[in-house]
Each structure stands twice: as structure tokens, then as C-alpha cells.
Design a protein around this ligand. Structure first.
Ligand SMILES: [Zn+2]
Length: 439
């Protein structure tokens, strides 16, 4: 080993090996109160107690020690719209009106490549400020918006999935493609970006109401031509939307069946929201290996409903957390956990802090089928991680003094924490963000 490609980190560390909601919670994670991690060439070489790992290392090696910090795997955001960065906190609408009033006019601006580049840069920096190192992102209908996103992600070496929106009806003319142009442009983007470094492509029909039969058919063709690409869309977010889908596709047996009939249900399919689904639909999601992005801040903000996490667990469907900004109200996965907890309270279900942090890390990685690369600190994984600061704010500091157990500390950190609690974010073992002041 040479010194150049080796990095040593020391802090409290936590990562998950399994879903704490399934089987033994105690066996689902590893916690090192004074941990050390050795990173070689951007990958985890070893993790353990500092007392076990550090004495074997050459004393000349620098140890980067984050006191009062907790190192977790980088957060995974399973559903987010980067072009909606500027319309977070837009007042007063539910889903369908919200799209018309705020989303579509904003997305129109992304025909301009310079605009797309500027927002992509701001968006990715915001993710890093929040400790998020991987996201499944939606662009706009314009291929330029995807080029801008992937170019900015490549510069930051972040593991990202993105795709061009497919939308050929029920939206303003200025945002429509056609089944043929949507297919061709997606194909060119797949060839240009999919599998290049840490980047992956997602075929992205906006949602069933904005896609004709011909367009959904073409989307299915792309999935068969490129078997390892993703399918990313919305499903059963809002009751009016569900009714509309039934009117538009009267032959289909429910909303999920629309995607199913066009061959869009597969292991690499991620469906955002999934609030208004039957037990049979959850079962079908499980059979297909598809995953769900649970987006609580958005679901509350747009008044969409309360996701049934218990049903997803019972049906053994992979679930990750999504911020869904701009309908979501925070880029922070900690704030997303905060609201996830409240949605489950309203359903009489207790979301434990361990389960919540699992969803934000390994659970998200599993949902995106990237858990062989990211999501925890097993040897060989890519060393993306976040350093959270137990003393980020006076109230956090004060509150944590009363916490004795790990789970209590994690809960307080998730409920009171946000971007201020992120001290630093690392991508492939290199510092990608560091908070300036101890605000
Ligand atoms: Zn969305």
C-alpha cells in the first residue's frame, strides 16, 4: 500500500447489514462508538474499532478524526426532480393543479442548456450539503437537461441515475415529445451516459396520464433493448390522479396494471409514492422485484396521503426514501425521516430510528439495486459517507445530553437534524463538502 491512495477516518460509525424491520434488529447493524475506516482507492478496505485497526497502521499515516461526529453511509434519495429546485415551497395546490401551475412553466425553461447546467450544479451541491451522495433524479422532457445533469454529476464523481421525461399528452404543447422522438432521444442518452463511470440511465415516463399507449409501448421497448437500465415513474400518489388513470385506461385493472401491461414492471423499476394501492398491487410489486420511493414531505405538502409502510414490509417490497423536491419540502434525508415518522404515527405504526436510517442508506441502495456498490461499509464498497455533527445546534447538543442509548441519539439527530447537522460529505473517500461555520 502506498500512502497516496490510502485514507484513514476515525469517528463514531454506524452502518446496516440488513433491514432492522425484518428479523433481529440487533443483528441488522454494526456500531463502532470509536470506529476507524480504512479507504483505499475510493473503496472501503476495512471498518472496525479504532483500538483494533489503528495500531497496525504506520504511525506516519494521517488519521482524519471527526470528534463529536457520527459517520453514516451517504444518503440515498430514491426520487427527486432536479428541475424543480426553484419551486420548492410553492403554495396552495394538490398534485394535478400543482403540475399545471408551477411545474410545467418551470420545466419549460430547461430547453435552455445553460439554464439546465446552472440548476444541475446548484442541485448537486445542495445534495452534498445534505449528505446525499446518490439519487434517482428526474430531468425534464429536454435531452439537454439530462446532459447537464450527468455532466455536473460526473465532475463531482457522484453515483447518480437520471432520465429524460417522456410525455406526449395532457401537458402543455411546449413540453410534449412524441412516442418516436421520446424513444430516439432516450436511446441516444442511454448510449451516451448509461454505465459511464458511476452514472446510470432511467427511462422516465412522467406518469401514466401524460403518456399515450404508443409512448408506454416504446418505453417497454427500451427496457428490453437495455436490460440493466431503470424505469422511473410515479404511481398512485393522489386520489384524483388514480381516478383519472382509470378513465384513461378503462381496460386496465388498476393503476399499477397500466405499467404492467406495457412491460414496465421489473426489478429495476422504481415507483414514487404508491399511496393508494391495494394489497394485491403491493404483492405484484413484490413479485416483479420493483421498488417504492416513499416521499413523506411531498405526500404531506400536497395533501396526497399517508404511505402504508407496514403493508410494504408485509409484502416484502423494497422501499427507499425520496425527497421529491420540489413537491417535497426539504433536500435533507434527516428531515424526510422526521416527516416519515409523523406519517407513520398517523397510521398507528412506529417507525424506529434504526429502520428510518436503514431506509435512508442501505434500504435506498437495495431499492435501486446498487447495494453491491453503496449503502454500507462492507469491504469493497464505494466509500461515500456523511459525517453528522452531534453538536450542530445548541438544542441538538442540549437534547442529546439526556440520551443514553444509541437509538435515542439517532432519533433525536433525525428529528432535529437537517443540513446544519452535516459536517462533511465524502465521495469515493474524498471530501466533497465541508460545512464552513459551526452554525
Ligand atoms: Zn415526483
Amino acid at each position: 500500500m502506498t500512502r497516496d491512495n490510502l485514507k484513514i477516518y476515525r469517528a463514531e460509525m454506524l452502518h446496516f447489514l440488513a433491514d432492522p424491520g425484518v428479523g433481529s434488529e440487533a443483528a441488522s447493524y454494526e456500531h463502532f462508538p470509536d470506529g476507524a475506516m480504512i479507504v483505499k482507492d475510493g473503496r472501503v478496505e476495512k471498518i472496525g474499532h479504532a483500538r483494533d485497526l489503528l495500531p497496525d497502521l504506520s504511525p506516519e499515516l494521517e488519521v482524519i478524526h471527526h470528534r463529536d461526529g457520527l459517520i453514516l453511509p451517504g444518503f440515498v434519495d430514491c426520487h427527486v426532480h432536479y428541475p424543480q429546485t426553484e419551486i420548492v415551497a410553492a403554495y396552495g395546490k394538490q398534485l394535478l393543479e400543482w403540475l399545471e401551475t408551477y411545474t410545467f412553466p418551470t420545466e419549460r425553461e430547461f430547453a435552455d442548456a445553460a439554464k439546465a447546467r446552472s440548476v444541475a450544479e446548484i442541485f448537486l451541491d445542495e445534495l452534498l450539503r445534505n449528505g446525499t451522495t446518490t439519487a434517482l433524479a428526474i430531468a425534464t422532457v429536454h435531452p439537454e437537461s439530462v446532459d447537464a445533469f450527468f455532466t455536473a454529476a460526473r465532475t463531482r464523481r457522484m453515483r447518480m441515475i437520471c432520465g429524460k421525461v417522456l410525455m406526449d399528452r395532457n401537458a402543455p404543447d411546449y413540453l410534449l415529445d412524441t412516442p418516436e422522438t421520446g424513444y430516439q432521444q432516450s436511446k441516444e442518452l442511454i448510449e451516451r451516459w448509461h454505465g459511464k463511470g458511476r452514472l446510470r440511465y432511467a427511462v422516465t415516463p412522467r406518469f401514466a396520464p401524460t403518456c399515450s399507449d404508443a409512448q408506454l409501448t416504446k418505453a417497454g421497448h427500451l427496457l428490453r433493448e437495455y436490460p440493466d437500465i431503470y424505469l422511473h415513474t410515479h404511481l398512485a400518489e393522489n386520489m384524483d390522479e388514480v381516478k383519472w388513470v382509470q378513465e384513461l385506461f378503462p381496460d386496465c385493472n388498476g393503476y399499477l396494471d397500466v405499467y404492467d401491461r406495457f412491460g414496465l414492471l421489473q426489478k429495476h423499476s422504481i415507483f414514487a409514492h404508491c399511496i393508494h394501492l391495494s394489497a394485491e398491487e403491493f404483492e405484484r410489486l413484490h413479485q416483479s422485484g420493483a421498488g417504492i420511493a416513499f416521499c413523506p414531505t411531498s405526500n404531506l405538502f400536497l395533501g396526497s396521503g399517508l404511505f402504508n409502510l407496514t403493508q410494504a414490509e408485509t409484502s416484502n417490497v423494497n422501499v427507499g426514501l425520496g425527497t421529491d423536491t420540489g413537491a417535497g419540502t426539504s433536500f435533507s434525508l434527516l428531515q424526510t425521516i422526521n416527516e416519515a415518522y409523523k406519517t407513520q404515527q398517523l397510521r398507528n405504526h412506529r417507525l424506529s430510528p434504526l429502520k428510518a436510517l436503514y431506509l435512508a442508506t442501505l434500504g435506498g441502495a437495495r431499492t435501486l439495486d446498487l447495494d453491491d456498490r453503496i449503502g454500507n461499509f462492507q469491504p469493497g464498497k464505494e466509500a461515500d459517507f456523511v459525517v453528522l455533527d452531534y453538536r450542530a445546534t445548541p438544542i441538538l447538543s442540549l437534547r442529546l445530553e439526556r440520551c443514553k442509548q444509541l437509538a435515542d441519539k439517532l432519533f433525536v439527530l433525525a428529528i432535529l437534524g437537517d443540513d446544519r447537522a452535516v459536517k462533511a460529505t465524502y465521495v469515493l473517500g474524498e471530501e466533497a463538502y465541508r460545512r464552513k461555520s459551526n452554525a
